[in-house]
Design a protein around this ligand. Structure first.
Ligand code: SAM
Length: 241
């Protein structure tokens, strides 16, 4: 409970500091992040934070077509920096989704592709990862190839707020509270019975079926931190006031 409080405090510090000015958070290779130091060292693993970075300048998706940078709406800063979900949390999120062979998994803001790769490897399902950052898309495509799941996994450079989510039956999110809420109109297009699993942040205004807390060691920097996973079944259930 204390650790959770510390974790949430760290997130608050990060988000509060972002309203004062830009700083890099999460992975050191977050796209074009200004390198000013964070105002306080978080006591736990970093949570994703809004970006204040200049837009990535190059199209690097393995699958996407190339457009002149100035005309490409994808050449803007990501809405949240890259922080990977620790693998034990990925495993738990997918266990909670009770994935069947017929499921189609979408990870919105897929980072290095770990969630979609795990879904394909462990459950043999079709999975789609979308990220706006060309570096992440490149990494995810490489990880798909490394895992030998090219037949099941598609990675595309896309803005998640432009996606039609209706083909998905399982959607995973590790974004920010405000971004989860912004996705609600798209999530509402999911078929009844589809599952939405969010890491660390719920969907404000909607009641999760389950919330699980777990501690995990981050595989990128080795720090241990408390994590929360929220599980929703569609249709979303508004919180009663
Ligand atoms: C916190 S990371 C989560 C990565 C991965 N889902 C995981 O759990 O390991 C969030 C990711 O969202 C991506 N992102 C931010 N805004 C986006 C947008 N509008 N469209 C697509 N991807 C976005 C970032 O580039 C980053 O890789």
């Amino acid at each position: 409970m204390v650790r959770r409080h510390l974790a949430l405090s760290a997130v608050s510090v990060l988000l509060a500091s972002l309203s004062l000015g830009a700083f890099a958070c999460g992975s050191s290779d977050a796209p074009g992040q200004p390198q000013a130091p964070p105002p306080a060292a978080p006591p736990v693993a970093p949570a994703p934070a809004e970006t204040a970075a200049p837009a990535p300048s190059a199209e690097a998706s393995g699958a996407a077509t190339t457009a002149p940078a100035a005309d490409n709406p994808l050449d803007r800063k990501p809405d949240v920096v890259y922080v990977p979900t620790p693998q034990p949390v990925v495993d738990r999120m997918l266990t909670m989704a009770k994935i069947k062979k017929t499921d189609v998994v979408y990870d919105l803001g897929c980072g290095d592709g770990r969630i979609v790769v795990t879904a394909a490897k462990k459950y043999g399902v079709k999975a789609f990862g979308y990220d706006i950052d060309p570096k992440r898309v490149e990494e995810a495509i490489a990880n798909v190839k490394k895992a030998g799941v090219e037949n099941l996994v598609t990675i595309e450079r896309k803005d998640i707020f432009t996606l039609d989510l209706s083909p998905a039956s399982v959607v995973t999110l590790y974004l920010l509270p405000s971004l989860n809420v912004k996705l609600v109109p798209q999530l509402e297009k999911l078929k009844p019975g589809s599952r939405v699993i969010t890491h660390d942040f719920d969907i404000e205004g909607y009641k999760p079926d389950t919330r699980v807390a777990m501690n995990a060691i981050a595989d990128d920097h080795g720090g241990s931190a408390d994590h929360a996973i929220y599980f929703f079944t569609m249709p979303l259930k508004p919180v009663k006031k």
